[in-house]
Design a protein around this ligand. Structure first.
Ligand SMILES: [Zn+2]
Length: 432
């Protein structure tokens, strides 16, 4: 019963209707002071002690040492406050797919409407985990449902993070599930099939007209490890097709995210001028150099690789286990090369009941300091999303997206999985 009250309160929090004794809702228009034991501001390398963040009208008014008199104070003195976290690679329309069968089942047996209902739950989960912004990089066969979820969040109908939507990803004929069915059986596809440059431009125009903030492409498939240790692949698009997609997207002031896990997919994407490389399990030194020079982001999604590896190896794809050490080597070379790295998890590729903040521990295991990993999920992610003027750091004038974790995340980054306070745009969605 207590859970039900909390849930109802949570649901009403958006509208500001929650009753006082169980309140988790603070109206965005009221002035409130957050008394933080520590602050990680999203930019630096260390914590500031005993900081008071004053929030008014949904924005950060001041970051100082004392609370103005007469305002509501939220006591976070045993916690570390941070900017709202950003996951730049999610799939809210997916519920985890270790095997091809898991994926096929969702597309064949769940209607887009049912999947959208599940997505609203995932959006709430993302927010409760502390992710106040997400870039959702395609609906996997659920059409433009991500745009509707985003609309429902923005209209205050359901709780959820700020969303950038990629709608339907693009891939070429024969490259993406569902596959392996009899040729005479019509099955749904997880992507929009695009063949030829005219088709590519048309698909970009179509998706943007239906609300796409980003264009997502699958640039490679079918991975194997060569004798020299390089992860090889089959590139999907021709260079002409990929260039047409990027050119059309950029002409319409949208960015392109490219799923590229291996040698040729990454190389072609970088040459075509995409804005982010997703996964990037193997990237050559030459391409890393180009990425650093052109400011192309790397969104490594480490945790999901570990998560799916064993399951996929068990179904006859041992390459997924080998990819983990290749990925680590690439990640370390990318850091060394000065490539911009943004936090992204592929949540939905694994079950949303698992906290995507596990990615912080994976990034630290692969060589980042906790501060670097958290910057990847705050100020760097904001740069990738183009929201750095309003979000990504805790400073006066920015939107009040603030989270808090118990203890010191720079000493133990796994506390990022224990977000206990969530504020988005000055509205409190979760508190200790
Ligand atoms: Zn993905």
């Amino acid at each position: 019963m207590k859970r039900q009250i909390a849930a109802l309160c949570f649901a009403l929090a958006v509208a500001g209707f929650c009753v006082a004794q169980t309140s988790t809702a603070i109206s965005a228009s009221k002035t409130v002071a957050l008394k933080c034991g520590n602050l990680f501001d999203g930019r630096g390398d260390s914590l500031r002690r005993n900081v008071v963040i004053v929030v008014e009208d949904g924005k950060i008014k001041d970051v100082g040492a004392t609370a103005p008199s007469g305002v509501d104070v939220i006591d976070l003195s045993r916690s570390t406050c941070l900017p709202g976290l950003m996951d730049t690679h999610t799939h809210i329309l997916l519920q985890g797919d270790i095997t091809a069968a898991d994926y096929d089942e969702q597309l064949l047996k769940e209607s887009p409407e049912y999947r959208t209902i599940l997505a609203t739950v995932n959006a709430r989960r993302a927010l409760e985990y502390g992710f106040t912004s997400i870039r959702d990089v395609e609906t996997e066969g659920a059409g433009y449902a991500d745009v509707d979820v985003k609309k429902a969040i923005n209209n205050g109908i359901i709780p959820g993070p700020r969303m950038q939507a990629a709608t339907r990803a693009m891939d070429v004929t024969g490259a993406y599930p569902l596959q392996g069915y009899a040729p005479n059986v019509a099955v749904p596809h997880g992507v929009q099939l695009v063949d030829g440059t005219d088709n590519a431009r048309q698909a970009v125009r179509e998706q943007i007209s239906h609300g796409a903030d980003w264009i997502k492409v699958y640039s490679d498939r079918s991975y194997w490890v060569r004798d020299d240790g390089v992860l090889d692949d089959i590139p999907t698009f021709t260079m002409d097709e990929l260039r047409a997609i990027v050119d059309e997207a950029h002409r319409e002031r949208r960015k392109v995210a490219s799923h590229a896990m291996a040698l040729n997919g990454v190389h072609n994407s970088v040459e075509a001028g995409v804005d982010s490389i997703e996964h990037g399990n193997y990237i050559s030194d030459a391409d890393l150099k180009t990425m650093a020079a052109r400011g192309i982001f790397y969104v490594p999604t480490i945790y999901v690789g570990e998560y799916v590896a064993q399951g996929r190896a068990a179904t006859g794809a041992p390459v997924w286990v080998k990819m983990i050490s290749i990925h680590e080597d690439t990640f370390r070379r990318a850091m060394h090369a000065g490539v911009k790295i943004a936090f992204g998890t592929d949540a939905g590729g694994f079950d949303w009941k698992i906290n995507p903040a596990k990615e912080f521990t994976s990034m630290v295991k692969f060589g980042m300091t906790p501060a670097q990993a958290i910057r990847a999920a705050t100020s760097s992610a904001a740069e990738l999303l183009g929201t750095q003027k309003e979000l990504g750091t805790v400073e006066a004038g920015k939107l009040a997206d603030i989270v808090a974790v118990p203890g010191d995340p720079l000493a133990d980054v796994s506390v990022m999985e224990k977000v206990e306070f969530v504020m988005k745009g000055g509205v409190v969605y979760k508190r200790p």
